[in-house]
Ligand binder design. Structure first.
Ligand SMILES: Cc1cc2nc3c(=O)[nH]c(=O)nc-3n(C[C@H](O)[C@H](O)[C@H](O)COP(=O)(O)OP(=O)(O)OC[C@H]3O[C@@H](n4cnc5c(N)ncnc54)[C@H](O)[C@@H]3O)c2cc1C
Length: 667
């Protein structure tokens, strides 16, 4: 009997602590066994500029991650050759086709008499999520279709790249017995389990290595290039340099060799493990956190190896909160894998694992291209979001805090379909990991059934970047804004803007949205925004009450002298623009976005949240009330429907404007 062992490397690109390691297999008497290790760049589902995500159409795997993976595979090939004298085959194409070709070359086809029976043993690290499981099915179908006798084909998927495999865990019922919250999981695991020792890297093998060195889709010597994987020249070019502000380790490369170097450097040489608990929320530099994630994600670094190093460090130097926390984070990573395995496809659903109804009320989502583009490109007018998104876009990395902030902002404040964000992360992150990414996203978007945890972006900015260093690093156009306003530049007065030379609305945008806590953010229609942008020029500069009135009411039909409160508010915005004589190109685009709701309370509070208008609002309303005979009925109604002083000011302003335009309004 001849046995063909195929080690299909997937997200386990390492030799240390690799449980899939076929060189450890015992050989039965008289058995001839051949080892064929292979890595497949799946150009039909993952790599290349034409492979897009389902919801947003983002490229699935950006060129930077593809390059990182090529480096990791190159490194693995060298190690296999050096340590075991084994050739790694590298292929491009669909795994089900590549593996079939490989098997065909080594096994007699169905129906033909084989001189010697061959059994095929295909082994890989177990994948958990839907798309990967579909690949498994396709591979299985393809090989089973070729090998007639099912008993001669064995497809083994082995748990790996975890601290704890299911068999190490103290829960009954396998994956389904795992607690529904992380805290319960952690308490049980910490009380009852110890992280198993990592496996040593193999130093020799008794298996013969493959004689096959080249097929149509694979080779034992060549390595695909980015162009060969389907990336454009421009995308390839973008990977040539590392951004100088990148917080990834200097000179980083994909692969196990660099991963082990980084672990040694960060834990031991730089002694950063000692203070990790205090530094982990940092935003700038390569050492505030481990930066192990890109290597953990593709399996070039084993979490058990990291846990063992932490234990060794505790014995040799110090055991403290920081050494505990590093392993704690890896446990979070484990939990998210089990969470993904348990919930299957639901981690990709719009309504997450919590289901369609959240607290009885339907979440409303949008896919507004303007909001999405502003978020992706880092020009929302909220400096912390813009800095974070620019870092991600330029370097392929973002701190955990940054990820939480931009996730909350997109999915809660903007109410944008969270999958658009998750897919963008998938495209850009060097450390993209399907379980960590999607479970963190549904968690951050409040779709796992727990409490909705909205991040107050301005507060986050003040808390974690007190002096605005991170903001100035990534958003240079606001560099000269004084510390007082760096976290909320829209609060600057005209004088403050002139003094620092940064004009909001021209040098840097007004906030594209008013962050909202109630998830009921409603947008003005595209048509309305377009109209207001055009009007921006039309209404600048009219003098005299009649001219102002005409300019304000322009293009908006008023039936029976009556308008809705929303329209009146829209008039108010136009009036403010005229009175301030400060209208800039983008002003109306953003202000109309800032005042989106049609509920009175939402309008009045959002109106007063914008300090620049607040001053002019009260001044104008008082002046107008003095000058004109106010529409007292409207004023009273507006005030009554609002319970606080802000409502009073707003109500008065609306009433005054209604009077000025000789119209009434309905609430
Ligand atoms: C919206 C969102 C998306 C994310 N997407 C990914 C992703 O695609 N890939 C990924 O590896 N991490 C993801 N994370 C988790 C986390 O942000 C990164 O693991 C971390 O920032 C990587 O930097 P580090 O290695 O220096 O982390 P450290 O702080 O040094 O942590 C050590 C390791 O613990 C693990 N870890 C830490 N925090 C988490 C977490 N919240 N979830 C899962 N594992 C964690 C990582 O493997 C990390 O490398 C995401 C977080 C959020 C909020």
């Amino acid at each position: 009997m001849r046995r063909l062992n195929i080690h299909w490397f997937r997200n386990d690109l390492r030799l240390h602590d690799n449980p899939v390691d076929l060189s450890r297999h015992d050989l039965s008497d008289g058995e001839e066994s051949t080892l064929l290790p292979i890595y497949i760049f799946d150009t039909s589902r993952i790599y290349g500029s034409e492979i897009k995500s389902a919801v947003s159409g983002a490229i699935k795997c950006g060129a930077s991650r593809a390059k990182f993976t090529i480096e990791a595979v190159e490194d693995l090939r060298l190690s296999l050759e050096k340590r075991l004298g084994v050739c790694l085959l590298v292929a491009t194409g669909r795994p089900e086709d590549v593996l079939l070709e490989l098997v065909k070359q080594n096994v007699q086809p169905r129906g033909e008499q084989a001189e010697q029976d061959t059994s095929v043993n295909l082994v890989c690290q177990r994948e958990i999520c839907h798309e990967e499981l579909e690949v498994d099915k396709a591979v299985e179908a393809s090989l089973e279709g070729f090998i007639s006798d099912g008993s001669r084909f064995n497809f083994e998927k082995i748990w790996g790249s975890l601290l704890y495999e299911p068999c190490d865990l103290p829960f009954e019922g396998g994956i389904n017995g795992i607690p529904t919250t992380f805290n319960k999981f952690r308490r049980e695991v910490e009380a009852k389990c110890e992280v198993p020792m990592p496996l040593e890297a193999p130093s020799q093998t008794e298996l013969q290595t493959a004689s096959v060195t080249r097929g149509r889709s694979y080779s034992a010597t060549s390595m695909p290039t980015l162009s060969g994987l389907g990336y454009t020249d421009q995308q390839v070019e973008s990977t040539r340099t590392v951004h100088p502000n990148s917080s990834l380790p200097k000179g980083y490369r994909g692969g196990e060799t660099f991963a082990l170097h980084r672990a040694r450097q960060w834990i031991w040489d730089r002694d950063m493990l000692r203070t990790y608990f205090d530094t982990r929320n940092g935003l700038i530099g390569e050492d505030y956190s481990t930066k192990f994630s890109p290597w953990l994600a593709c399996g070039s670094l084993s979490p058990r190896y990291v846990a063992l190093e932490c234990r060794r460090y505790e014995e040799a130097r110090v055991a403290n909160k920081s050494t505990y926390w590093c392993v704690f984070e890896l446990l979070v990573r484990d939990y998210f894998r089990y969470f993904a395995a348990r919930h299957g496809r639901r981690i990709f659903y719009l309504h997450g694992t919590a289901g369609r109804l959240e607290g009885g009320a339907e979440r409303k989502w949008n896919r507004n291209p303007e909001l999405i583009a502003a978020w992706r490109e880092g020009r929302t007018g909220h400096p912390l979001i813009d800095a974070s998104m620019r870092e991600l876009g330029n370097t392929g990395y973002l701190s955990n805090r940054g990820r939480q902030n931009v996730c909350s902002y997109l999915s809660i404040d903007m109410s944008v379909d969270w999958r658009v964000g998750a897919e963008f992360f998938e495209s850009r992150l060097l450390d993209f990991d399907v379980c960590s990414n999607y479970v963190n996203w549904i968690n951050g978007a409040g779709l796992t059934g727990g409490r909705l945890n909205r991040f107050n972006i301005t507060k986050q900015s003040r808390d974690w970047d007190e002096k605005g260093e991170y903001l100035r690093l990534w958003v240079p156009e606001i560099r000269n804004i004084p510390n007082e306003f760096i976290h909320s530049p829209w609060e600057m007065s005209e004088t403050a803007m002139e003094e620092c030379g940064v004009i909001i609305g021209s040098d840097y945008p007004f906030p594209i949205i008013t962050p909202t806590a109630d998830c009921e953010f409603k947008r003005t229609s595209r048509k309305q925004r377009d109209t207001s942008k055009q009007d921006n020029h039309a209404i600048e500069g009219p003098k005299g009450l009649q001219a102002i009135r005409d300019a304000v009411c322009k293009d908006v039909p008023i039936t029976d002298g009556q308008v809705s409160l929303f329209t009146l508010h829209y008039f108010y915005m136009r009036l403010m623009a005229i009175l301030s004589q400060q209208v800039r190109q983008t002003r109306f685009g953003s202000t109309s976005m800032l005042f989106p709701g049609n509920r009175f309370q939402a309008l009045s509070s959002s109106c007063l949240r914008m300090p620049r208008s607040r001053e002019t609002l009260s001044a104008t309303s008082l002046r107008t009330l003095d000058d004109a005979n106010p529409n007292l009925e409207g004023c009273e109604a507006a005030v009554k429907s609002s319970s606080n002083a802000k409502g009073l000011v707003f109500g008065s302003a609306m009433a005054a404007i209604a009077t000025m335009f000789q119209i009434s309004f309905v609430l």
